[in-house]
Ligand binder design. Structure first.
Ligand code: ATP
Ligand code: MG
Length: 568
């Protein structure tokens, strides 16, 4: 590509609303232009990157025997009513009407359509397993679109769907996709980690997220120092810290007129925070739920919500807390509630003795509290807290550390939720109809681009991994208009590299070197060859990788070989 024939539109300043570096750099590099909240035009430079990412994904999906098709963006409501998601999806799903007042949705995902395809196209066990995918625009009316392509409303996703005869076969399809994802993110040159994820309300057998490690990530990941264990904090299992000792202290009421938090109460009593527990109240199918965790721990509502009776979980209102515990928040605990409640204790809290908690009386706490002696044993003891750094790894090897991640991909062994709802069945070897087992597998193509920048940039701009760079090599002639030998050498190199299939950009704008270098660095071209009149007279050019601090002199006759080595 000749830069004079391309549309490059770099800008000096990023808009104030661009909070994270990838968003700032994508705007400054001219990859993106905003049309509305969370809606962007992919400018020519950005589109080149997207296409490179898409191609890698496509190649690896095809290699894994997934079959590409293309499903519609606009989908009739009927299928979504059949699956039950028309009622469940909430405002994130965009609904539209056609001229006949018929309901449609703008696809946030495509389980319904693909299941409809499968039930119509697949009849026999002989046709299974099969995996279909497409790379297509999605729309989700996110509550807070932000961070540019990281959390936009319109975005591009690769979504694949596998269909199998049974669970064992599904788990093989799942592993096949998992392995393909590892290859994809490796080829994209990203530092990533597959982590165990919540299988959520849908159920399902297994789920992993592929997280690109970056401080700006919205997800919190726990990983072990002693093994490969890694999980989203939503999911990572928290073990009991310690075992319960016999209580030694007597139950005492302590006055805490203004002390409502565990920190304040422990400071007043001059004791360690870890000797106190925290009460968090919810309403659920089981009624009023009092959760008890150690004072320094945080209740994990995802985990709590999965326990029996915890459907329709929501924080309790102050009026409900008064009704069931007889007190206002700040003084709540498991001892003497005024009505029947369900007490759910975290494993660590259940292992405590002689602890401090609220007394269910205004301005009072209790110390020396013991389960079974001063209040009943908890109704439920379970893992209901977030892991914290230093917790033992649930696989018994090492301890946990936390880091932030950007979820770029998600694989999910769904089971039969959608296939059952849509009656997607096949005829087995014994002529019996059986429901298919499904998996679904997404990659946020546009989010991958943003995540790559979060991981690869410096103060001058983007540093693309070669595999997704908009151009692989930039030729930067100094004095393009003034020195015929420079111009000739630049075109000769351009032709040679193009002929060798290298994606090369020739900056033939005849700009000052400062402007030229600033642009090429901002847009992150990973390899640059600078051609100057003086160097040429000595038979030399300069090569500089985007991460190099200084250029390397290379003989004119050696440059193509040198580049091929750098690209390998
Ligand atoms: P998140 O928790 O980030 O909202 P999700 O669980 O809703 O993600 P999935 O439904 O699993 O995401 O979608 C598959 C992939 O699509 C995600 O892994 C992510 O890479 C991408 N994705 C989801 N929502 C967005 C969005 N609003 N903008 C850009 N990419 C997105
Ligand atoms: Mg989401």
């Amino acid at each position: 590509m000749y830069l004079s024939k391309f549309h490059l539109s770099t800008v000096k300043e990023a808009p104030a609303e661009a909070e994270i570096i990838s968003h700032q750099l994508m705007v400054r590099a001219g990859m993106l232009r905003k049309l509305g909240a969370g809606i962007y035009t992919h400018m020519p430079l950005g589109l080149r990157v997207l296409k490179k990412v898409e191609n890698i994904i496509r190649e690896e999906m095809n290699r894994a025997n997934a079959i590409e098709l293309l499903m519609p963006v606009i989908q009739p409501a009927e299928l979504w009513q059949e699956s039950g998601r028309w009622g469940k999806m909430g405002p994130e799903m965009m609904r539209v009407k056609d001229r006949h007042e018929r309901d449609f949705i703008v696809q946030p995902t495509s389980e319904e359509v693909i299941t409809d395809i499968a039930r119509n196209e697949i009849n026999s066990w002989r046709q299974l397993p099969i995996n279909f995918y497409h790379i297509q625009t999605k729309f989700r009316d996110e509550r807070r679109p932000r961070f540019g392509l990281m959390r936009s409303r319109e975005f591009i996703m690769k979504d694949a769907y596998s269909f199998d005869v049974d669970k064992d076969s599904l788990m093989r399809s799942y592993q096949n996709m998992f392995d393909a994802y590892v290859r994809i993110f490796e080829r994209l040159g990203l530092s990533f980690r597959p982590v165990e994820a919540d299988t959520g309300k849908i159920g399902g057998f297994a789920s992993h997220e592929f997280q690109v490690l970056a401080d700006s990530g919205e997800d919190l990941i726990a990983y072990s120092t002693g093994s490969n264990y890694a999980a989203n904090v939503e999911q990572a299992e928290a073990l009991a810290l310690g075992t319960r000792a016999n209580g030694k202290s007597n139950l005492q009421v302590v006055d805490t007129p203004t002390q409502k938090t565990c920190e304040e109460v422990c400071a007043l009593l001059g004791v360690d925070l870890l000797s106190s527990v925290k009460a968090v109240m919810f309403m659920a199918d089981a009624g009023f739920v009092l959760c008890i965790v150690r004072a320094d721990h945080i209740v994990n509502e995802v985990k709590l919500g999965k326990l029996a009776g915890m459907g329709n979980l929501r924080p309790a209102l102050e009026s409900e807390i008064k009704e069931f515990l007889g007190v206002v928040p700040g003084f709540c605990g498991p001892v003497n509630p005024v009505q029947k409640i369900t007490v759910v204790a975290d494993r660590t809290a259940a292992a405590m003795s002689d602890f401090i908690c609220g007394a269910n009386q205004i301005g009072k706490h209790l110390s020396g509290v013991n389960w079974g002696r001063d209040c009943p044993e908890p109704d439920v003891v379970a893992d209901i807290r977030n892991v914290v750094e230093g917790d033992p790894s649930p696989d018994g090897q090492g301890t946990l550390k936390l880091c932030r991640g950007i979820e770029v991909g998600h694989v999910f062994a769904l089971g039969d939720v959608y296939s059952k709802a849509l009656n997607c069945s096949y005829i087995d070897k014994n002529q019996q109809a059986q429901i298919m087992q499904m998996g679904c597998y997404g990659i946020g193509v546009t989010r991958v681009v943003a995540a790559a920048i979060e991981q690869n940039h410096d103060e001058r701009g983007i540093i693309w991994p070669t595999s997704m760079a908009p151009f692989t090599v930039a030729i930067a002639p100094i004095g393009y208009g003034r020195f015929p030998d420079v111009k000739a050498a630049a075109h000769k190199l351009y032709d040679e590299l193009s002929a060798a299939g290298v994606d090369v950009l020739l900056d033939d704008r005849d700009e000052r070197p400062g402007v030229m270098f600033a642009d090429l660095e901002l847009i992150g071209i990973p390899h640059r060859v600078t051609i100057g009149d003086r160097g040429l007279k000595e038979g030399m050019l300069e090569y500089q990788a985007r991460r190099d601090t200084a250029p390397t002199k290379v003989a004119v006759g050696e440059i193509v070989k040198h580049l091929h080595a750098a690209l390998a």
